[in-house]
Design a protein around this ligand. Structure first.
Ligand code: GTB
Length: 215
């Protein structure tokens, strides 16, 4: 059955793999599933046809036969449930990997998004530098905790899993902040994720959308 995802027609990140369709592309590349991409504009995303797929008017969405999904955590879980390679078979290891999927999205990602939102919406405010310092302190705390957990391990819980796709893509959003510089093992973890052939195929595919729109 054909898989179709949606992605930005014109991504604000200029195809640097930061928009969330990238996670879905990476997961599909890891399991070797071909997929089509329907590019949407910001206007199209707020129209009824897209809202029927994604009630919040965002990308990405995932369609497969009669099934339509949104939320990258749910989409990656769906892909991992149906194809080998993204979740361990052992029940306990699988439960731990799923726990790390939630941790990436509900414990780490919100602090990262808060920093971005403050920059976009509040950077002209007189109190912005104080607010940024507070947010970055919270991010540092989480990074330190994550760094302690990871130690010298390659991945979050033994084998590479969908949780690593989510965590690496969340952490990548801090790459330009300088905050990762203090945690060498997290920087190495991100580099391991980026070195995976599936990551690179997904990156090239997302970048090609931007390049095609700007030639
Ligand atoms: N919880 C949802 C999920 O995980 O699927 C969140 C989806 C989401 O935030 N989608 C964003 C979107 O559609 C794109 S990824 N935003 C448009 C809108 O809300 O109107 C967020 C994103 C956008 C741009 C960059 N960038 O340029 O670096 C990075 C991340």
């Amino acid at each position: 059955m054909t898989i179709t995802i949606t992605a930005f027609e014109s991504s604000p990140d200029r195809g640097r793999g930061l928009a969330r369709d990238f996670r879905v592309r990476w997961a599909l590349e890891e399991v070797g599933q071909p997929y089509d991409v329907r590019l949407v504009s910001f206007k199209t995303m707020k129209e009824p046809a897209h809202l029927a797929l994604q009630p919040f008017g965002q990308i990405p969405t995932y369609e497969e036969g009669g099934l339509a999904l949104f939320e990258t955590g749910s989409i990656l879980f769906h892909i991992a449930e149906r194809h080998p390679g993204l979740l361990p078979h052992d029940a306990d290891a699988r439960a731990r990997a799923i726990t790390w999927m939630f941790a990436a999205l509900s414990t780490i990602e919100p602090t990262v998004v808060e920093r971005e939102m403050a920059f976009f919406l509040e950077r002209e405010e007189t109190w912005y530098s104080q607010r940024l310092a507070m947010i970055e302190e919270r991010i540092r705390k989480r990074l330190m905790e994550l760094s302690t957990w990871l130690g010298d391990a390659e991945w979050l819980d033994s084998a590479f899993s969908a949780a690593d796709i989510l965590m690496v893509t969340v952490l990548r959003r801090l790459e330009s902040s300088g905050l990762l510089d203090e945690y060498a093992n997290l920087a190495a973890y991100i580099a391991r994720g980026k070195a995976r052939p599936a990551y690179q195929r997904a990156f090239e595919a997302q970048l090609a959308v931007f390049t095609a729109g700007n030639t």
